[in-house]
Design a protein around this ligand. Structure first.
Ligand code: ADP
Ligand code: MG
Length: 259
């Protein structure tokens, strides 16, 4: 059975998509069978994995709104073992269309249930909001992984995010757990980055990954080539760190499955 992980934080630009693309690629690179679901209308995970947003036949929109089988939307990527369920701007309408639909918060959960046994990990890249798309993702997931950027106001909005997690646990998915917090865009030369790491560790304690993702220009270049970092520049610091993060995720998953 796949472990389903939502990459979520309602703040934009914190590294959700970079983490979704590169964590899922590194998990597949390590031999895991992985599906990444792009549930952000911006479709940056889709284009970041080399799929042209303008030429998508079927997308996650069709799964959520038109009852299309998710299997019919899946496309292969340049990484063996990594499949993608793509998204594009059409999904922006879904946030409103879902409001009046039956079981509006559980549509993603229902639509992926038949494929869960076929993967080791399903990674969902959420949009920068706490609307129905993110709620669908959290309802379908085993865990939430929160990227936090080492910048001013890093902790802003996190209590609201954790409140949403509690509400989902109470009403929609009592199994939802916090996978962990990953610090992103760390710059060792600034005191600010170091302070943010300390503050986040105080707040999230043992839920913070040992691996901290540095600010790395190769990570920001890779999406324009439609490649994950592990293919774009496997020797870069960014590739090294996302591989380490994947190892931590696998380690934690295996520990938990023994309990
Ligand atoms: P989100 O999905 O949370 O909006 P993104 O992953 O798209 O955030 O990241 C926002 C921007 O920062 C993108 O341009 C991305 O390429 C860049 N970026 C993300 N992580 C890093 C990093 N570790 N080093 C350098 N640039 C990064
Ligand atoms: Mg994004």
């Amino acid at each position: 059975m796949a472990k389903i992980i939502s990459i979520a934080n309602q703040k934009g630009g914190v590294g959700k998509t970079t983490t979704a693309v590169n964590l899922s690629s590194c998990l597949a690179y390590k031999g895991k069978k992985v599906l990444v679901i792009d549930i952000d209308p911006q479709g940056n995970t889709t284009s970041g994995l080399g799929v042209d947003k303008k030429n998508i036949d079927l997308s996650i929109y069709d799964v959520l709104i038109n009852d299309v089988d998710i299997k019919n939307t899946m496309v292969d990527t340049a990484i063996e073992g990594l499949k993608l369920c793509p998204s594009n701007i059409q999904l922006a309408g879904a946030e409103v269309e879902l409001v009046s639909m039956m079981s509006r918060e559980t549509r993603l959960k229902l639509s992926i249930s038949s494929i869960v046994p076929h993967f080791d990990y399903i990674i969902i890249d959420c949009p920068p909001s706490l609307g129905l798309l993110t709620l669908n993702s959290l309802t379908a997931s085993n865990t939430i992984l929160v990227p936090i950027q080492c910048e001013y106001y890093a902790l802003e909005g996190l209590s609201q995010l954790m409140n949403t997690v509690k509400l989902v646990q109470k009403h929609l998915n009592n199994k939802l757990d916090v996978e962990g917090v990953v610090l992103t865009m760390f710059d060792a030369r600034t005191n600010l980055s170091i302070q943010v790491v300390e503050e986040v560790k105080k707040y999230f304690k043992n839920k913070v990954y040992r691996t901290i993702i540095p600010r790395n220009v190769r990570l920001s270049e890779a999406p324009s080539f439609g490649l994950p970092i592990i293919l774009y520049d496997p020797k870069s610091k960014g590739a090294e760190c996302y591989l380490e993060l994947a190892e931590e995720v696998i380690e934690y998953t295996e520990e938990m499955s023994k309990l």
